[in-house]
Design a protein around this ligand. Structure first.
Ligand code: PEP
Ligand code: MG
Length: 882
């Protein structure tokens, strides 16, 4: 016969902890505790399968009804009491319990079995009339609320009236008579609201409560909770019917919650709180302040000793920190629940590391106990979750961590303030490469426009700088040095706080919790390195970031964006000179000045990455990005015209002319990437020379270098073939000049659909592929990566897109194109090394995907390197278990 009901108790227990899908987390662990001989009030679990069938058919099978009846009989026999017995009634609780915990989302009914008759019996039996009527009035209200759907406040207000009538303040001041009258009134409310009497048959009460718990699976808050937490609607909930025990039977009774370790620090110390003479909900409701668990040792020593012992056993048995609920009834301890304890990031790391040392778990398990989000939290300052915040706006969470500062509207202002030791938040419509200095000087960056791969987002992540972008609600008024948002006016130098992990913009100065990379985390990451097969590199374009990334575990550079080196204060004038040059000769002259500067950067980068591969990408962005913007120039022109400065007017006019000539309607699809290198070969020549001269000098010194030169935005194999040939000729020539020789590679980015689709043609010309998923997403969706903030959040709300595809890789579309690229590339070069260097390389879901489709490495900003190491190991473990 099909089993719908599982009993648990001292002598008979049908279930076990591995049956969570069927019995729910609570039911399965109650069974497990009973199996372990832990004192659990006996009861039974009706399976989640019954819930699914009931919600579908709106009725129960005959077998199920019969099995519940048998379980009730068994429960009555074990307790030596009968439901509804007018002398000595059995009372039960009815609680929900899904396979994953959904705290407070579904319903619970306590003290079920009380009736007008049985309450009298209970009063006599415990010799406490007040206690009995207190239970009764609680039960009627709970039943009215949970089972019959009557608003709880209708009962609650009657309690208020009663207290007023008697001139008392607290519920505990109400005597037996008052509680008896309240019970009567509550029954009247039910009659009035529902048109029928409060049921006096406990079997009817029980059936109605079971129905209500099953129905609560589909209440709106449970549905929302499941949606947010990705819980399957089809699972259903189990129902647990359990003998009531009472923590409110005087001072040798009590109830509490505890963790086997400190859930906030992870410290191995019993942690919890309790109340004497109280019921479970009193601890949670916060009406009385609970006491720390260790004082229970003096108040009820025997139960305390037993509790500590049981908790240790449970932790050892489940091999994880447990979160438990207990009740002591007249000195006797009962365990009501045990489950895996929720914990902070710091605690997750410490508990995992400690448990390996204690021999409780192995390293593999430890690596799965820490989440990517935990690391993200630990590596960046964050807002105290308890802090009260005045939210003024919300944008895209572009670079994690929180920052506090006075607002400024220009990069220069941020730098000036930083020199005075002042903290700022740089607020810009959008950032451009010229703002780099200001971004570095500010605590955080907030932009009105831009998406998850916009300049501010990419640079912010690279710097580990908190950043909120695309906050379109903000209107900047530069003239009056303020911005307005949602009815607030924020003036220059007013304080705001931003949270780059949630996208929140908050009024004023918020207290921050500092970042911490501790030894425990280092251990977990080293264990992850032992497990993972996926390589982890970094995106870095200066020696400082490269060294930081190496310290954080990067195994090389996967993307060095050389254009970022063009923006130093001393460089931009030379870069502009190069762009302004009208003919090749003057362009070469300017490039000659740039050469030593780029070389110096490469020396630093190669040195800090000694022994590891360094992928350097040749210039990619359209040239106009390096010139001042047209509005600024027009303003300058007006200034010079007013002052009559003829010389300067001519100079500015010349720049304007060049800016206009370089202006493109779609610069991201325009004159950029290898197209630049092909049309202005001298630019790439200078870069290749700088890379190779730096590498040669170090090689001569005995430093091990492995440069990998990467050609961006290739769509046709001939673009690569032509560029590669020139790169190789020059590279070989430089090595010959310097009298040294070492291996170098020339590869390409795959960031256009055409490149992926023709990867079998491209592969023979490439030593490696690196998927530039930022541009690949842009060109696959046809979404401008800098303008997505205008519509992608709305697409997400409308359910068109689950995630922002510039943050989480779109596996269905972009991912399929990548698979084609990998397959075709390897069809002609089976060992072709392939990685990903778009922003997705540091995003957990995308890392798992990158591993699953056979990439060799991911490359991400330095602060995401530890996350990638962890997730890569988790990916290996998951594939081992398949
Ligand atoms: C990319 O397109 O994914 C990439 C890494 O290049 P960039 O972001 O510099 O265009
Ligand atoms: Mg790109």
């Amino acid at each position: 016969m099909f089993k719908f009901v599982y009993f648990f108790g001292k002598d008979v227990t049908d279930g076990k902890s591995s049956m969570k899908d069927l019995l729910g987390g609570k039911g399965a662990n109650l069974a497990e505790m009973a199996n372990l001989g832990v004192p659990v009030p006996p009861g039974f679990t009706i399976t989640a399968e019954v819930c699914v069938l009931y919600l579908k058919n709106n009725e129960y099978s005959k077998e199920m009804v019969q099995q519940v009846e048998e379980a009730v009989d068994k429960l009555e026999t074990i307790n030596g009491k009968k439901l509804g017995d007018p002398e000595d009634p059995l009372l039960v609780s009815v609680r929900s319990g899904a396979r994953v915990s959904m705290p407070g989302m579904m319903d619970t009914v306590l003290n079920l079995g009380l009736t007008d008759k049985s309450v009298v019996g209970l009063a006599k039996k415990v010799n406490d009339e007040r206690f009995a009527y207190d239970c009764y009035r609680r039960f009627i209200a709970m039943f009215g609320d949970v089972v019959l759907g009557i608003e709880f406040r209708k009962f609650d207000s009657l309690i208020g009236d009663k207290k007023k009538e008697l001139g008392v303040k607290s519920d505990t001041d109400l005597d037996a008579e008052a509680l008896k009258q309240l019970a009567e009134r509550f029954k009247e409310v039910i009659k009035l609201e529902k048109g029928f009497d409060f049921p006096q048959d406990p079997k009817v009460q029980l059936q109605m409560a079971i129905d209500a718990v099953f129905d609560s699976w589909n209440n709106p808050r449970a549905i929302t909770y499941r949606k947010i937490n990705g819980i399957d609607d089809k699972w259903g909930t189990a129902v647990n019917v359990q003998t009531m025990v009472y923590g409110n039977m005087g001072n040798t009774s009590g109830t509490g919650v505890a963790f086997t370790r400190n859930p906030s620090t992870g410290e191995k110390k019993f942690f919890g709180e309790y109340l004497l003479n109280a019921q479970g909900e009193d601890v949670v409701a916060g009406i009385r302040t609970p006491k720390y668990i260790n004082t229970l040792k003096d108040e009820i020593p025997e139960a305390y000793g037993q509790l500590v012992d049981i908790c240790q056993r449970l932790e050892a048995h489940f091999t994880d920190m447990q979160d438990i609920e207990f009740t002591i009834q007249e000195g006797k301890l009962y365990m009501l629940q045990t489950r895996t304890g929720k914990r902070t990031a710091a605690a997750a790391v410490k508990v995992a590391k400690d448990m390996v040392e204690e021999g409780l778990i192995d390293k593999e398990t430890a690596v799965t106990r820490v989440q990517a989000e935990h690391i993200d939290l630990l590596l960046h300052p964050r807002i105290d979750p308890e802090a009260k915040l005045e939210l003024i706006a919300n944008g895209l969470p572009a670079s994690p961590g929180a920052a506090v500062g006075k607002i400024v509207f220009t990069a220069e202002a941020a730098e000036e303030m930083a020199e005075k030791g002042e903290k700022t938040i740089l607020v810009r419509t959008e950032t451009s490469p010229e703002d780099i200095g200001g971004m570095a000087a500010a605590q955080g960056v907030l932009t009105v426009r831009g998406g998850m791969t916009s300049h501010a987002a990419v640079v912010g992540r690279g710097m580990g700088k908190p950043c909120v972008v695309g906050c379109g609600e903000i209107v900047i008024d530069t003239k009056n040095a303020l911005f307005k948002v949602n009815g607030y006016t924020i003036n220059e130098h007013d304080y705001i706080s931003i949270d780059g992990s949630s996208g929140n913009v908050i009024l004023g100065e918020v207290e921050l919790i500092e970042a911490e990379i501790n030894n425990d985390l280092k251990h977990i990451l080293l264990w992850a390195d032992e497990i993972r097969t996926l390589g982890v590199r970094t995106n870095a374009d200066n020696p400082t970031d490269a060294s930081l990334a190496r310290e954080l575990g990067a195994e090389g550079i996967g993307l060095c964006r050389t254009e970022h080196m063009f923006f130093g204060e001393d460089r931009i004038p030379v870069v502009r000179e190069m762009i302004m040059a009208e003919e090749e000769k003057s362009r070469k002259k300017a490039l000659k000045k740039l050469l030593p500067m780029q070389k110096e950067d490469f020396l630093g980068i190669f040195r800090s990455m000694e022994g590891l591969p360094v992928t350097v990408r040749l210039l990619d962005p359209p040239l106009h990005e390096f010139l001042p913007n047209k509005e600024e120039l027009d303003e300058k022109l007006r200034e010079y015209e007013t002052a009559g400065n003829i010389e300067k007017i001519a100079a500015v006019n010349k720049i304007i002319e060049r800016v206009v000539s370089l202006t493109e309607l779609n610069p991201m699809l325009g004159h950029r990437g290898c197209r630049l290198g092909i049309t202005y070969p001298e630019i790439y020549d200078m870069q290749v020379r700088a890379i190779m001269e730096a590498a040669c000098e170090l090689a001569v010194e005995g430093v091990q270098v492995s440069p990998e030169i990467m050609i961006p935005l290739v769509g046709h194999v001939k673009e690569l073939a032509l560029t590669r040939q020139k790169v190789c000729e020059l590279a070989d020539a430089v090595m010959a000049e310097k009298g040294t020789k070492f291996d170098y590679k020339v590869g390409t980015m795959i960031e256009l659909p055409r490149a992926a689709i023709t990867a079998d043609k491209i592969a023979p010309e490439a030593d490696f592929f690196s998927f530039g998923t930022n541009d690949l997403t842009q060109t696959t969706f046809g979404f401008s990566r800098d303008d997505v903030a205008k519509f992608v959040p709305i697409y997400q709300k409308a359910g068109i897109l689950e995630n922002d595809p510039f943050a989480v890789l779109d596996q269905e579309g972009v991912g399929e194109i990548m698979k084609i690229g990998i397959e075709k590339g390897r069809s002609v070069k089976p060992d072709l090394k392939m990685g990903i260097c778009g922003e997705h390389g540091g995003e957990p879901k995308s890392i798992l995907f990158a591993h699953s489709i056979g990439l060799n490495y991911v490359s991400c900003s330095p602060y995401r390197v530890p996350i990638a190491r962890l997730v890569a190991a988790q990916s290996t473990l998951a594939s081992r278990n398949k």
